[in-house]
Ligand binder design. Structure first.
Ligand SMILES: Cc1ncc(COP(=O)(O)O)c(C=O)c1O
Length: 383
């Protein structure tokens, strides 16, 4: 049975005041998540420090993230950010031999290129896969870049600039054929669609809780395939990455026998409360139903943009896009500001504004957006 999206919408008070199309930057706050923040404050006021509860919240986030990705809890590191997870992973890789190449795409969020460029003094060679004339990155372009010298293919699932979704299964096949590992930056996808890291067969996946996962900033995850979670040894470490956290042993580094070895220090406790509530809410709605709804909303939005003569630059095929519709503008910052004056919240990147949809949006949101865009087209249309 389809979830009652109309009722769920009421759990996000912001939506009474704003047409909120900005979940690709930061989600709307759910009542449950607000209550979780409050519960943290209550616990601090009434109990003070409650170590067992705090560690329990971190473990709960780990278990819920595992359920979300169809992975095992032992394969999940709870991190402070995508960047923190990627740095821990990079620290475990050896670029001194002939397999020193890291392949990234033109669609990457900066952090998933900068961190690999930061490994250049350690021997890494970073190769960028370019987009084709139509703006998409076809598999042929990855095939040209991935070779026997490739150690890692580090790619985004959905591009933060234009909402295009890459053919991850195809990229994994190319990587496997050359013996390379694959890291998926799924931050712009996770929570907006169903992601099965086992079906995709990626080795690593990183994301965070503040966008489609309904949580907050300052907490994320790194999925590490079981075999690598036991064999890779990060040199970015800390006491929470140890096999026995309570051992307090200062004589050696003894990494946990699972993905926890990619963690570092004390968890961001208040963020764990919020992330737990967000993940529980999202899992109760169900990612397959959310995915279906988001495709329907983005499809409708793109059709309506065509009708008003201001087409988006996001691919029209469902298998090539996520939950963001990017619309070109000659002054994207000004357009986002004008929309904001009309209580329509979007974001802008480069020459596009981004309208990101989540299950709590509806067709009326699409219409309000289209009506405003129609009125603003003469001043803010594409170059
Ligand atoms: C695709 C993608 N990757 C990574 C990041 C940044 O992650 P973090 O700030 O958690 O390092 C973002 C943030 O917007 C993103 O959209």
């Amino acid at each position: 049975m389809e979830p009652n999206f109309r009722a769920l919408r009421k759990e996000f008070p912001l939506l009474e005041r704003k047409t909120y199309l900005n979940s690709g930057s930061y989600c709307a706050l759910a009542n449950d998540v607000k209550r979780a923040f409050e519960a943290y404050m209550e616990d601090r006021l009434l109990v003070g420090a409650n170590w067992d509860v705090w560690v329990g919240k971190n473990e709960s986030v780990r278990a819920l993230t595992a359920a979300l990705l169809h992975a095992a809890a032992d394969e999940i590191a709870v991190t402070a950010s995508v960047s923190a997870g990627l740095n821990a992973l990079a620290s475990a890789l050896d670029f001194s031999g002939p397999r020193n190449k890291v392949v990234v795409s033109d669609f990457e969020f900066p952090t998933n290129a900068q961190i690999w460029h930061a490994q250049e003094p350690r021997g890494a060679r970073v190769v960028h896969v370019p987009r084709a004339a139509d703006g998409y990155i076809p598999l042929e372009n990855f095939a040209k870049a991935i070779d026997e010298r490739t150690q890692l293919v580090a790619v985004t699932h959905v591009c933060f600039r234009n909402g295009a979704k890459l053919d991850i299964a195809g990229i994994v096949r190319l990587a496997r054929a050359k013996g390379a590992m694959v890291l998926l930056d799924c931050y712009q996808a996770v929570g907006s669609m169903d992601i099965d890291v086992k079906a995709l067969d990626v080795d690593f996946a990183a994301g965070g809780m503040l966008k489609y996962l309904l949580g907050t900033a300052g907490i994320g995850f790194l999925y590490v395939r079981d075999s690598f979670a036991r064999s890779l040894v990060p040199t970015n470490s800390g006491w929470f990455a140890q096999a026995e956290i309570a051992a307090m042993d200062i004589t050696a580094n003894r990494p946990a026998p699972n993905a926890r070895r990619f963690e570092a220090g004390t968890p961001a406790v208040v963020n764990c409360y919020a992330a737990e509530a967000g993940l529980k809410f999202l899992l109760a709605v169900g990612t397959p139903a959310i995915e279906k709804r988001n495709y329907a909303l983005t499809r409708r939005c793109m059709q309506r943009l065509e009708e008003i003569g201001w087409p988006s630059v996001t691919p029209t095929e469902d298998e090539r896009r996520g939950a963001t519709v990017a619309v070109p503008s000659r002054h994207s910052r000004g357009l986002a500001a004008e929309l904001m004056k009309r209580d329509i919240v979007t974001s802008h990147r480069d020459d596009n504004i981004r309208a990101s949809f989540h299950f709590y949006n509806d067709d009326d949101d699409v219409e309000r957006f289209i009506e405003a865009m129609n009125a603003l087209r003469a001043s803010f249309g594409p170059r």
